[in-house]
Design a protein around this ligand. Structure first.
Ligand code: PMP
Length: 355
């Protein structure tokens, strides 16, 4: 039942994130509902007077700030236009001329199949377990001589589920030496489950083939500026940097990311409010009779099956745009309380569906 699917001939998943139409509440792209901090907005206003100049190609100040913040050598960092940008450069450098297989769970982040195919790789999708979490044993079994990269998304988009810390360590330690592993921690600031991997950066230090991906798009609220980074050992970080587009991280993004690191306390207080809202929404959905998996991210997964599109349409009519995966489920970003109330109101009519 949980056999991996190798690429040949199955549907090419369109990379469908982002907004199509914008009703009052946009809950489809896992964005932060808070506006940028006033201090960051003021800085951007000042910076806008300099955009006739190219940005720092080597992202020096931000790399230095990240190096200090995470206690990693600057040579272990590669910054890109969002963590999607970093993933693209990584896949480009790893797949090169000869291609190879990229193993990841499914459903997971849609950029993985998109970028794997874009750079000539073969996608190997390993179904999630029945509880919507990663099946690490099946992923290990899916590794072949042609596997170049394996991606673990923690928490997983779209299900919000997390990988057990000890299980991940055992998994990493038994993989063959030719496989690089990406730990995508786009949503790590929202994790509260003590059993989950909390901080991949602690794991990478004595694992030269582990690449940790982070982003400023979610907890830090800078999705529109496009800035993310990888933490990994020097040889891989250097390969990613060499595959990067020159001047790919714009000057506003670099400055705003540095300022956001300086305002982390304020930003993480907002994250705390979103975590509380997430818990309230999950409780509400369960009370409505929906079997939602425990989410550790800033979104929840409603496995509505054939009712998914009706649910998404009902949300839209009520004023909230959510993300439908037809026939599977809906992913709903945690937004402002009023937005979450709209979803809870609609969900009350779908209780028990698809479960
Ligand atoms: N990883 C995951 C798992 C995501 O869900 C997303 C965004 N939806 C990203 C990475 C992309 O982040 P960025 O905006 O930094 O490219």
């Amino acid at each position: 039942m949980y056999a991996p699917r190798r690429d040949a001939g199955f549907r090419s998943a369109p990379f469908g994130a982002g907004r199509c139409r914008v009703p009052p509440f946009s809950l489809s792209a896992n964005e932060n509902p808070y506006p940028p901090l006033p201090s960051v907005q003021e800085l951007l206003h000042r910076e806008s007077g300099r955009i006739n100049r190219y940005p720092d190609r080597f992202v020096t100040e931000l790399t230095g700030a990240l190096s200090e913040r995470f206690s990693v050598p600057a040579a272990h960092l590669a910054v890109g236009a969002g963590s999607v940008g970093v993933t693209a450069h990584l896949l480009h450098s790893v797949l090169g001329e000869s291609g190879g297989e990229v193993v990841y769970a499914w459903p997971s982040f849609e950029a993985y199949p998109h970028l794997t195919r874009l750079y000539g790789g073969t996608a190997v999708e390993v179904p999630l377990r029945a509880d919507h979490s990663h099946d690490l044993d099946a992923m290990a079994r899916a590794v072949t001589d042609r596997t170049r990269l394996l991606i673990v998304c923690n928490p997983n988009n779209p299900t919000g589920t997390v990988v057990d810390h000890a299980e991940l360590e055992r998994f990493l330690d038994r993989l063959p030496g030719h496989v690089l592993v990406v730990l995508d921690e786009a949503y790590r600031e929202f994790v509260r489950d003590a059993r989950s991997v909390q901080d991949g950066i602690a794991l990478y230090r004595d694992r030269p083939r582990l690449i940790v991906l982070r982003t400023f798009s979610k907890a830090y609220g800078l999705a529109g500026l496009r800035v993310g980074f990888a933490v990994c050992h020097e040889p891989i970080a250097s390969r990613i940097r060499k595959s990067s587009v020159p001047f790919g991280v714009n000057s506003m993004a670099q400055s705003a990311a540095v300022a956001s690191l300086g305002a982390e306390d304020e930003l993480l207080a907002r994250v705390e409010e979103l975590v509380e809202e997430r818990n309230r929404v999950q409780d509400g959905l369960r009370a409505a009779g929906l079997g939602v998996p425990v989410s550790q991210a800033n979104f929840v997964w409603l496995p509505l099956g054939t009712d998914t599109e009706d649910f998404a349409r009902a949300c839209e009519a009520a004023g909230a745009h959510v993300r439908a995966f037809p026939g599977e489920g809906a992913r709903v970003t945690i937004g402002e309380p009023e937005a979450n109330d709209v979803v809870l109101g609609v969900a009350a009519r779908f209780g028990g569906a698809g479960s």
